[in-house]
Design a protein around this ligand. Structure first.
Ligand SMILES: Nc1ncnc2c1ncn2[C@@H]1O[C@H](COP(=O)(O)OP(=O)(O)OP(=O)(O)O)[C@@H](O)[C@H]1O
Ligand SMILES: [Mg+2]
Length: 325
């Protein structure tokens, strides 16, 4: 099965591309803030934007803990980088990078903020670069201050920020202030991602199941099961999707009854009667293990998601004759 394709975000992607053009023309930091509830596709959109923009320089960080240390975004961005040439005081840089051997802070908060900005500026260099800030809502206050400070600064970078709404944040007030400050910067882009609608769910299903017909009814049913949330949709496809879109919709599959062997039809008849595997085994004089094999074959062939669904499928097609009862 192919991975779930991104649908319904073409306009958002185009807007992010235009923001990148503004960075290139103005040489200033342009924030692009993407918010949305969990699983609405913020990270996916940011990744697609990065791929479309294909910048030479990317500086990326995200909150790594529930209660991250100060400047955790910057520490994450510095991790694994060669920082020897950066024009900032070595001990301050070590502290910002969370070097465990640096005992304590010898700078005032204001000085640290200036050094943090200078560090980002040095990382961006002549740019243009993309600064990726994933999950701003989970960042520490010092990182939020740094990100806000960068908005609109003369740093040639797209400040690509994803965040859940402030009420989910570690510091809701500071998060909402930071989001407001970012959104208010010149040329800033502000996008709020909602759920997919039933037609967009149908588009996802049609691409994943290219060899099936996905009817609007199936799409509506999958939309109801997932609320159109892209994360829930992709999970549903991964967990229950092997039987085709009809199975996801809770509908019986469209396998022709002739695909079933005589023994499978007998087992199917027993399922319609509501018998357990043990009862079926006794009724047909076969082992319980053999029954389970027949049942899983029936599920696979019909695309039904459960024993009950396969029984319903049989009743609807009136194909239970031959069952032992
Ligand atoms: N536009 C889309 N169309 C189809 N599937 C999508 C879309 N956006 C995201 N998905 C799928 O939904 C899942 C969740 O997406 P993603 O991780 O981007 O969400 P998120 O908003 O970043 O979530 P979180 O708030 O947890 O960080 C992924 O499996 C992704 O492939
Ligand atoms: Mg995400």
């Amino acid at each position: 099965m192919m991975p779930v394709p991104m649908v319904g975000r073409a306009a958002a992607l185009e807007e992010l591309r235009r923001a990148w053009t503004r960075v290139q023309h103005t040489g200033r930091a342009v924030p692009a803030v993407v918010t949305g509830l969990p699983g609405t596709g913020k990270t996916t959109l940011a990744a697609a934007a990065l791929q479309a923009i294909d910048p030479d320089r990317v500086v990326r960080g995200s909150a790594r803990l529930h209660t991250p240390a100060p400047y955790d975004w910057l520490a994450a961005a510095l991790a694994g980088r060669d920082v020897t040439g950066l024009p900032v005081p070595r001990d301050a840089l070590s502290w910002l990078a969370q070097d465990p051997d640096v005992p304590r802070e010898r700078y005032t908060p204001e000085a640290l903020l200036r050094i943090a900005v200078a560090t980002v500026r040095a990382l961006v260099d002549c740019g243009p670069a993309v600064l990726v800030v994933e999950d701003l809502h989970a960042l520490d206050p010092a990182s939020l201050t740094l990100i806000a400070e960068l908005a609109g600064a003369d740093v040639p970078a797209l400040l690509l920020v994803t965040s859940q709404p402030p009420d989910a944040a570690v510091s809701p007030l500071l998060t909402s202030r930071t989001l407001a400050r970012l959104s208010g910067a010149p040329g800033a882009v502000r996008q709020h991602l909602g759920s997919l609608d039933a037609e967009q769910v149908r588009q996802v299903l049609s691409q994943v199941y290219a060899d099936h017909e996905v009817t609007p009814r199936m799409a509506a049913s999958v939309w109801r099961r997932t609320g159109g949330n892209p994360y829930r949709l992709s999970e549903l496809i991964a967990v229950e999707g092997s039987g085709g879109p009809g199975a996801l919709a809770g509908e019986p599959g469209d396998a022709p009854a002739t695909d079933l062997t005589a023994r499978e039809r007998e087992v199917l008849g027993c399922l319609v009667e509501g018998m357990s595997n043990k009862q079926i085994a006794a009724a047909l004089g076969i082992s319980v293990r053999t029954v389970t094999v027949h049942v899983s074959n029936l599920l696979r062939k019909t695309g039904a998601p459960s024993r009950t669904a396969v029984a319903l499928w049989a009743v609807q097609r009136n194909i239970t004759e031959g069952a032992a009862s």
